[in-house]
Design a protein around this ligand. Structure first.
Ligand SMILES: *[C@@H]1O[C@H](CO)[C@@H](O)[C@H](O)[C@H]1NC(C)=O
Ligand SMILES: *[C@@H]1O[C@H](CO)[C@@H](O)[C@H](O)[C@H]1NC(C)=O
Length: 251
């Protein structure tokens, strides 16, 4: 009798141990896997995850995305070199998800969203912007209002060393538009003249669209590349099955 109790309690602890171990999940609780690939669920689930995901997941090696820092970024323009230093990009946590499309068997994942972002740092610039000769350095702040973006990702499915399935990113492309407004605060565009600095800054702001189109792309490229590399780290850490409750297509 006693032996039987002992055996069954060992058995129970054994089962408990394996069950809890087997269900140990890696994805944080704010990742709510969808049971299908409907737009409604994917949008809701993605929107729910963004504010937390951008804080980073240190235990999985996922870096912080809001804010993230662009240490140094040179933007070569015809006739002008503009360099951004310690550009702190903030605002991703409040991005609004407009669309999510996932076609698992075609390995397609499309994400559309819009955000207000600010980039704060310092800069120096030498050369010309549009018609103006520039020789400046100082604080810089750029604000983007309702930047719209659509990222089109070709995914793949991979198995890790333990035979666990994961999403991975094969390649991606994206389109964006600068949205409602981009505003620039660039101190001391001309070291010698505050008046000229203010006048040119005003001109840049009045022509924000042309200016953004002329020098915004390297910054956006940088941000998108960082975001996708971050998502990939997350994909490689968390099993496919914890991200979506739909069987993986044959691969
Ligand atoms: C998926 O199904 C499970 C089990 O029925 C349920 O608990 C969960 O809430 C569903 N997920 C979503 C996002 O609806
Ligand atoms: C961005 O800011 C504008 C103006 O302040 C506001 O109307 C808009 O809803 C904001 N967009 C997002 C995505 O937060």
């Amino acid at each position: 009798m006693n032996l039987q109790v002992a055996v069954s309690s060992v058995l129970i602890s054994f089962i408990l141990f394996f069950c809890t171990n087997g269900s140990a999940k890696l994805a944080p609780d704010y990742i709510v896997p969808c049971n299908d690939t409907s737009k409604e669920c994917l949008i809701r689930s993605t929107q729910l995850a963004i504010p937390e995901f951008v804080k980073g997941i240190p235990e999985l090696g996922v870096p912080v995305l809001d804010p993230f820092v662009i240490k140094e970024l040179s933007i070569p323009l015809s006739g002008l070199t503009f360099t951004f230093y310690e550009g702190k990009v903030a605002g991703f946590r409040k991005c609004i998800v407009d669309d999510v499309i996932s076609v698992l068997e075609k390995r397609k994942f499309i994400l559309a969203f819009h955000c207000n972002l600010t980039i704060k740092g310092t800069y120096d610039a030498k050369g010309r912007i549009l018609l103006f000769p520039i020789d400046g350095a100082g604080d810089a702040k750029i604000k983007l209002t309702n930047l719209r973006m659509k990222v089109d990702i070709n995914t793949k499915y991979i198995k890790d060393k333990e035979g666990v399935n994961h999403f991975a990113i094969k390649n991606y492309k994206y389109t964006f538009d600068y949205g409602d407004r981009v505003s620039f605060e660039l101190q001391n565009l001309f070291k010698e003249s505050k008046q000229l600095s203010d006048a040119v800054l005003q001109f840049l702001n009045e022509n924000w669209k042309t200016v953004a189109e002329e020098f915004g792309k390297p910054i956006v490229d940088y941000a998108v590349d960082l975001a996708l590399r971050t998502i990939e780290v997350f994909f490689l850490a968390v099993p496919y099955e914890e991200l979506i409750n739909v069987p993986i297509p044959k691969f």
